[in-house]
Write a protein that binds this ligand. Structure first.
Ligand SMILES: Cc1cc2nc3c(=O)[nH]c(=O)nc-3n(C[C@H](O)[C@H](O)[C@H](O)COP(=O)(O)OP(=O)(O)OC[C@H]3O[C@@H](n4cnc5c(N)ncnc54)[C@H](O)[C@@H]3O)c2cc1C
Length: 417
């Protein structure tokens, strides 16, 4: 019989959630083995917009959202798409999403996110300081742009909710817009500026640097595809597709959008789907971008990164297997050329990534139903980078059986039963 090595803590996945979980476990004195089946840090965490979006406490599942959906779906390259070949698979998830968008459920989610974000911010600051990654974080502010006064007014309630939660921003008109970001098309005369807007210089570099940090301090990294996890008397057994196995005291499942099958091997049924997102990263110098620009009426963002100018967003409810439709990247780039007339749109690199998404827009953080030795940490949707440090902290608290820094009740897997 094959000899099964015994390890302290196994983290499945080397995205930003796995990297942060590994970091926090290591800070607690645990010895960590990370298992990644592909290239390190090349999942959703590599190609996102890099924004530490702490003020984003408003979930997508919001009252009235379902009424906007048919209009968006009519535009095949609009901000939301549901490929016909995958539509039937989405029905149970969309049903839950619809229920999560009822007024009372929405307000509950806003409250939970407003409680989570201060922890997300303070823990991110702590990680950056502990790991020496300060040079990878910029505080240049965020400019939220609207096409018209009517669409600005339609967003007023959301901004008011953010203000009540303690976030600071101010309304700006055309002359201030010109100062904050020269070169925008004249149509943009209504905007909100959040001076404290933070972003990482490049999300792949940031995640990779964190994995490198953890490895430099003794963690081991194993390339392998985790097929299943089984509870044992002393913890859990992690079994790889090639037949290798590890016995561990603690296992963290941070497999992003691919976590569903591994969770199912433990008997945990999760309504996890993916909101596929697209972007194009143009060469540095494509536009003298001063800060993140969010085009609210079009569901995409333009971000200045060390690797270039990234134009991206959109949501495609297309599962994990359909091939990418890069016409979505092109559609956003075409719009961006209209919004930023001097944009040099040549030489870009297209990308599609899988947001790991739950229908109630909250992550799954907490013990498996099968054993407290397995901790789930996935399903962060649009906010994985933002909430990664808080997630790592909660994972380590649970692994140490300490009182968590924040109640994990809203994040438990059992909420979907
Ligand atoms: C276009 C776009 C823009 C975004 N912008 C932002 C933003 O600005 N700010 C923000 O906070 N969030 C943003 N997000 C969301 C964010 O990228 C995700 O929430 C986050 O990256 C999820 O991290 P993760 O570690 O859970 O998943 P991933 O980064 O996908 O990592 C999961 C890893 O687990 C590995 N894995 C999976 N299953 C197994 C297995 N069985 N065995 C071994 N390894 C396995 C995968 O190979 C992968 O490397 C954006 C997403 C997209 C698509």
């Amino acid at each position: 019989m094959m000899n099964t090595p015994s390890v302290d803590a196994v983290v499945i996945g080397s995205g930003i959630i796995g990297a942060m979980s590994a970091h926090y476990l290591q800070e607690d004195g645990r010895s960590v083995t990370m298992i990644e089946r592909g290239e390190v840090a090349r999942g959703a965490s590599s190609g996102n917009a890099g924004i530490l979006a702490f003020p984003e406490i408003i979930p997508i599942a919001a009252p009235g959202m379902m009424w906007k959906v048919p209009k968006w779906l009519l535009d095949p390259l609009g901000p939301l798409s549901l490929p016909p070949s995958y539509a039937m698979n989405m029905v149970p998830w969309l049903w839950r999403f619809w229920r999560a968008s009822a007024r009372a459920a929405f307000e509950r989610t806003v409250k939970i996110q407003a409680e989570m974000m201060p922890l997300a911010r303070s823990e991110m600051a702590r990680v950056i300081e502990r790991t020496g990654l300060q040079a990878m974080v910029n505080r240049t502010g965020t400019l939220d742009l609207y096409d018209s006064e009517a669409s600005f007014d339609a967003a007023a309630a959301d901004w008011e909710t953010k203000r009540r939660a303690g976030f600071e921003f101010s309304r700006v008109g055309r002359s201030e817009i010109d100062t904050l970001q020269p070169g925008l098309a004249p149509r943009f005369r209504h905007a909100m500026f959040t001076p404290d807007g933070l972003q990482v210089s490049d999300p792949y570099e940031f995640t990779k640097a964190l994995v490198d940090h953890v490895v430099s301090r003794g963690a081991s990294l194993r390339i392998g595809d985790v097929a299943r996890v089984e509870p044992t008397a002393a913890g859990a057994r992690v079994v790889l597709a090639d037949g290798a196995a590890f016995e561990a005291k603690t296992v963290v499942l941070a497999g992003g959008a691919w976590s569903k099958n591994v969770a199912a091997s433990l008997g945990d049924d999760v309504p996890l789907e993916t909101e596929r997102g697209y972007n194009t990263t143009l060469p540095p110098g494509a536009f003298p971008l001063q800060r993140q620009l969010y085009f609210n009426d079009h569901g995409f963002v333009v971000t200045p990164l060390s690797s270039g100018v990234r134009v991206g967003g959109a949501v495609e409810l297309g599962g994990l297997k359909l091939p990418p439709n890069y016409r979505r990247s092109e559609a956003m780039l075409t719009k961006a050329r209209g919004f930023l007339p001097g944009l040099k749109a040549e030489g870009g690199r297209q990308w599609m990534g899988f947001r790991p998404s739950t229908p109630d827009c909250l992550p799954i953080i907490g013990p498996s139903g099968a054993t407290p030795s397995v901790i789930h940490a996935f399903g962060h949707g649009h906010l994985g980078l933002t909430q990664s440090a808080a997630t790592g902290r909660l994972v380590a608290d649970l692994a140490a059986r300490r009182r968590p820094a924040l109640s994990i009740e809203p994040f438990r897997i059992g909420r979907f039963r």
